[in-house]
Design a protein around this ligand. Structure first.
Ligand code: KIV
Length: 269
């Protein structure tokens, strides 16, 4: 069983993290030996049919985190706190993050961070809720940022990001996701922190890498420029579904082996 302490003290071995939003996918991710499963609010785009993460609810993340936690034992399970479920009031932040551990069996929560989450991180950690911080491109700020653009691209923004990273480390975060930032900035932040950094679109010098599972599988309709497809599951699914339709239409499914006849069942007409 991977703990937040294992991640915090992971040393030289790169940390691997993937998202998963359901039990069968989580089982595959666990069997592949991935260290951390993030039940990301990316489920909004990846599997719930939204065009951003903003509509994702606490109940949705909670229910999918519970499915992932039931299906796995080894990886650390991190529940992503959805838009406005934290940082608005301390009571709501604690209540919502607490539900992820109490009801969904998550091991930790992730917060998309800014200056407003330093205190929240401190309070959650104080109460025993481990926090993974997330800086750089924070998709919950898409309306503020005017799109999904690379962040930390000038010296002021880079300095601000480093300062926030250090503040969240001091507040007790056990790791930090860096999304869509220059590789040299991610390298500098990684060097400045004791806690591990996990990059997505942040170059090779972070302590680990995370991607969205549907991108990795080749299931997403669109992938961000920094993601890579390691399979073609959309093609596989298309072939399977077309084969089913054809088999029903040509009468080859169900075959003898899929059917059961009972001699005791007489003519019911
Ligand atoms: O929601 C998510 O999947 C994330 C990762 C992309 C880091 O925040």
């Amino acid at each position: 069983m991977t703990t937040t302490r294992d991640i915090r003290e992971s040393g030289e071995d790169p940390i691997t993290m993937l998202t998963a939003y359901d039990a069968p996918t989580a089982e595959v991710v666990e069997a592949a030996g991935v260290d951390v499963i993030l039940v990301g609010d990316s489920m909004g785009n990846a599997v719930l049919g939204h065009d951003s993460t903003l509509p994702v609810t606490v109940d949705e993340v909670q229910s999918r985190t519970a499915a992932v936690a039931r299906a796995t034992t080894e990886p650390l399970v991190v529940a992503d706190m959805p838009f406005l479920s934290f940082g608005v009031s301390e009571t709501d932040s604690v209540e919502n993050a607490g539900q992820m551990l109490k009801q969904a069996d998550a091991d930790a929560v992730k917060l998309e961070c800014g200056p407003h989450t330093v205190e929240t991180t401190e309070r959650l950690v104080e109460l025993g809720i481990p926090v993974m911080a997330h800086l750089g491109l924070t998709p919950q700020h898409v309306n503020q940022l005017g799109g999904y653009h690379r962040q930390g691209t000038d010296s002021d923004a880079a300095a601000e990001l480093l300062e926030l990273a250090e503040a969240h480390e001091a507040a007790g975060a056990f790791s930090l996701v860096l999304e869509h930032v220059p590789a040299n900035l991610a390298a500098d932040v990684t060097a400045a922190l004791e806690i591990p950094t996990i990059g997505i679109g942040a170059g090779p010098e972070t302590d680990g890498q995370v991607l969205v599972i549907t991108d990795v599988l080749g299931l997403s309709e669109r992938t961000p420029p920094f993601a890579a497809e390691f399979g073609d599951v959309r093609e596989e699914m298309t072939t399977a579904v077309e084969s089913f339709r054809e088999a029903v239409e040509d009468g080859s499914f169900p075959a003898e082996e899929h059917s059961h006849y009972e001699s005791d069942v007489g003519d019911v007409y």
